[in-house]
Design a protein around this ligand. Structure first.
Ligand SMILES: *[C@@H]1O[C@H](CO)[C@@H](O)[C@H](O)[C@H]1NC(C)=O
Ligand SMILES: *[C@@H]1O[C@H](CO)[C@@H](O)[C@H](O)[C@H]1NC(C)=O
Ligand SMILES: *[C@@H]1O[C@H](CO)[C@@H](O)[C@H](O)[C@H]1NC(C)=O
Ligand SMILES: *[C@@H]1O[C@H](CO)[C@@H](O)[C@H](O)[C@H]1NC(C)=O
Length: 406
């Protein structure tokens, strides 16, 4: 009886030393962004040559609940969690969590069991969410006072720095910043208010709400030009500009920025109180000029279809007009291409991540020597940001005859 017991213990010990199971997880917390996915690492090792796959049981546990099980090569998942089955057989049982939420933050336990030997390892997961920043104006009882509210929304964790600047200097007086308020999904909102005395605005003052948060490498900066208009009532125009857009706009379309300011100014002269333009959606406010690439011309073979392609990118808003023009062989006059010429124009518009648009305009031509040889095609673009249309030309085309196949 006693000897049996010891033999059993020795047998168990042998199994353990045989399997040589080791489980490793990172000691530092892992960080994921809300809305995206994250890998929570967990690696095991054992003698893979002798390994019996059916005896491997992996579980991931979060807040006393099993998130997923991997057992007998089968994966069972109970939420937004998965793992790579093939990698799992080779020692990588890292957890892939997708659609990350603030509530997913916490301690995850990686449990690996092989021939009755169980290893549990804990990994910390931190979730971050970057704020959105919007500055709006709210009026006050006094005619001469105006509040600028910097609304910082949807961030996590709670710590945030909201700072107001006027002409590059930090404003300490006349700023009220609320305590972070928790939203339903666990993120926080903050409202920081800058009180502005309209009559004390200097000429074209630059104001800025700057937001620093651990989820972002660089702060978000919302800039405004404060302008005092109308001596009587001191209403104020607020023009929202982001630094990048200012550079872009100034470099690309000279004069547009001032045109924009003047447009807002003239509006505010007409209507009084409503004219104070809240700085919502700076993108909607600004235009970006289109850039045109060269027209792509294929080999023009007599009797075949050819596609001319013109790519226009980086513009905003979306309303862009593309026209195809052409010069018939031996003429100098630009005519517009019409469908009756047996040519079809198509456009494809795509919205880019940076909120600009890209348009691919295509002209399909039935090529003939008499129609196209030494003809020229022009792709012309009109857009609200442009004073004059942009054009690209193909140069004189050369049509080659199709070789005769008998
Ligand atoms: C949280 O909810 C707010 C609206 O209440 C939304 O704007 C934000 O994107 C949400 N954030 C996350 C991380 O789900
Ligand atoms: C383990 O797998 C995850 C994906 O599931 C991958 O991101 C990670 O790099 C892998 N780790 C190792 C050490 O191979
Ligand atoms: C922000 O705070 C100011 C006063 O501090 C208040 O007037 C305004 O309504 C608040 N805005 C929001 C959206 O909570
Ligand atoms: C906020 O400012 C303080 C003091 O300058 C700094 O120590 C802290 O790291 C800042 N916090 C964030 C989230 O940037």
């Amino acid at each position: 009886m006693k000897i049996d017991f010891w033999i059993f213990i020795i047998f168990l010990l042998q199994l353990q030393t045989c399997s040589g199971l080791e489980v490793t997880v990172p000691s530092n917390p892992e960080t994921g962004m809300a809305g995206s996915s994250v890998v929570v690492p967990c690696i095991y090792s054992l003698d893979f040559n002798k390994m019996e796959p059916k005896l491997l049981h992996v579980r991931w546990i979060f807040r006393d609940k099993v998130l997923l099980m991997f057992s007998k090569k089968e994966l069972t998942s109970y939420g937004r969690a998965t793992l790579d089955k093939e990698a799992a057989m080779n020692g990588n049982v890292s957890l892939l969590l997708y659609g990350l939420k603030v509530e997913d933050e916490g301690t995850y336990t990686c449990s690996v069991e092989y021939i009755g030997e169980l290893h549990l390892k804990k990994v910390q997961l931190r979730v971050q969410a970057s704020p959105s920043v919007e500055v709006t104006k709210s009026s006050t009882k006094s005619d001469d006072k105006m509040n600028l509210d910097c609304l910082v929304k949807g961030f996590y964790p709670k710590e945030v720095n909201v700072t107001w600047y006027r002409n590059g200097e930090i404003v300490n007086n006349g700023v009220i910043t609320s305590e972070p308020r928790k939203e339903g999904n666990g993120t926080y909102d903050v409202n920081s208010t800058l009180v502005i005395i309209s009559s004390k605005i200097k000429k074209d003052e630059l104001a800025e709400c700057r937001v620093e948060h651990v989820s972002m490498g660089t702060p978000i900066k919302e800039h405004f030009v404060l302008t005092q208009i109308g001596l009587k009532r001191n209403s104020v125009t607020l023009v929202s500009i982001s630094t990048v857009t200012v550079f872009l706009v100034m470099a690309l379309c000279r004069g547009l920025y001032w045109a924009l300011c003047n447009r807002l100014k003239s509006k505010s002269n007409v209507v009084d109180e409503e004219s104070v333009k809240p700085a919502v959606e700076p993108e909607a406010e600004l235009q970006k000029c289109p850039r045109m690439g060269e027209i792509m011309v294929p080999r023009m073979v007599n009797g075949t279809k050819a596609f001319l392609q013109c790519t226009i990118s980086g513009y905003c808003p979306e309303n862009l007009n593309v026209t195809w023009l052409w010069m018939k062989p031996g003429t100098q006059q630009l005519l517009s291409v019409s469908p009756s010429d047996n040519k079809t124009a198509t456009v494809e518009i795509k919205r880019e991540k940076d909120k600009t648009y890209t348009c691919t305009a295509c002209l399909s031509i039935n090529v003939s020597v008499s129609g196209e040889n030494s003809a020229q095609y022009v792709c012309q673009v009109e857009h609200p940001s442009l004073e004059r249309p942009l054009q690209k030309r193909t140069g004189k085309l050369q049509v080659i005859g199709r070789s005769c196949v008998k």
